[in-house]
Ligand binder design. Sequence first.
Ligand code: GLY
Ligand code: MN
Ligand code: MN
Length: 443
Amino acid sequence: MSITKQEFARRRKALMALMEPNSIAILPAAKEKLRSRDTDYPYRQDSDFYYLTGFSEPEAVLVLVPEREHGEYVLFCREKNKEKEIWDGYRAGQEGACKQYGADDAFPIDDIDDILPGLIEGRERVYYAMGKDMDFDRHVMAWVNLIRAKVRAGATPPGEFLDLDHFLHDMRLYKSAAEVRLMETAGDISSRAHVRAMKTCAPGRFEYELEAEIQYACTLEGGRRPAYNSIVGGGDNACVLHYVENSAKLKNGDLVLIDAGCEYEYYASDITRTFPVNGKFSREQKAIYNLVLNAQAAAIEKVVPGNHWNEPHDASVRTIVEGLVQLGLLKGRVEKLIEKESYKAFYMHRIGHWLGMDVHDVGDYKVGDEWRVLEPGMVMTVEPGIYVAKDNRKVEAKWRGIGVRIEDDVVVTKDGCRVLTDGAPKTVADIEKLMAGRRKARA
Ligand code: GLY
Ligand code: MN
Ligand code: MN
C-alpha cells in the first residue's frame, strides 16, 4: 500500500494546470548531509520533490514543462554505474526514471548545465522555491544567465520568477484517500508503540529506554524513521516543550510525557501521551490530566468543516482557563484571564499544526487576514497541554513540576472529523488498567 504511479501523475498534472501559460517549474531533490567526517545523516528525500515524483534518490532535479512536445515531465538523475552501485546502492538511472517513475524524458544529472538552459529558453516564467537553498538559487540564475548571454543570437530569457511553494503547498494541504490511509497506518503503528512504552515503563528505567521501546516497535512495523526527534520527559522534564535529552531516570510518583511518532511511506504521525511512571495517577496529576483531556475533547469537537483554524484553539483555551480557575491555579474572571492571556504561564503553545509529509506540514493558516476555514482532507494535530513550572511560586507546591500534553492526529471529514491515532489509550481509567496489567505480568 502506497501512493500509486497514477496518483503521482495526477499531482503533476494538477500542478501544471495551476501554472501560468508558457512556464517551467524546477525542483531539486534533497541534498545529502554530512554528519561527521565522511558519514552522512540517513538520507530523506525532500517532501515536495517526493510528492511529485515518488523518487527517493539524491542528486536529482525535477523539471515540469507544460505542453513540451517531447514530454512535460523531465527528470535529471544519477547515471547507472556498476562500481558505484556496488558500494553505495541501487540507482534507477535514466531508463528507470522513465520506466519506473513515469518520466517522459530523463537525463544524467551531470549534463544538467548543458540541457536545462535549453528547456528554460523561450519560457516566460520560471517557478521554483526561491530562497530555500542559496546554492540552488545560484544555479537557477546561472542557467538563466546562460540564456541572457545569447539574446543577440535570438535567445529569449524568462522575465518572471514565481514561487512554486504557493500552489504546491496548497495542494499538499488537502490529503487524498490514499494519503489519509497512509497517515492512518503511521498513526496505528505509533499508537501501538506508545502502548508498548506504557507496558514496559517502570520506576528506575531511563527516558531513553522508553525512546528505544518506541523506536523498536515502530521499526518492526515498517515505520522506520521517526517523523521528528522523540521527546521522553519524566517529571518536570515534561515542562520543557522540546526536551530531547531523554537521559534521566524515571522516578516513582512522577509522570512521563512521550511525544513520538513514526513516518510511514513519507507520511508523519505525531502522538503525545502522558502517563504515571508507576502506573497510578496521584490526585493532582489526575486533576491536571483530566483538564487537558477535556480541553482536547472540546477542541476536537470544533474540528468540523466550515469552522476556522482558530476555533479548536479557542475552545481549548476556554476549557483550560475554566479548569485552572476551578483548581485554584488561576485566580480571577475567566473572560479577563483569557483576554489577558494569563493562561500562557501554563499553556504557552497553540493547539496544533497541519500534519502530512512533514510533521509541521505545509499550508497557510491564514488566507489574507482571515483564519483558514477547515475543509475535508485537511489533517491537523490537536495537542493541548498544561505545564506547571517547578519554580512557579504563585501556585501551591503540590502542583509544581506537573507537565501534561495529549496529542492526536485528526482528519477533517465531510461532516466532522476522524481521529487517526486513537489506538493509544488516553483516559485515566484506560491507562491505569493497561499499566496494572503490566505490573501483574511482571510479578
Ligand atoms: N512533536 C512536535 C509537535 O508536537 O509539534
Ligand atoms: Mn505536534
Ligand atoms: Mn508532537
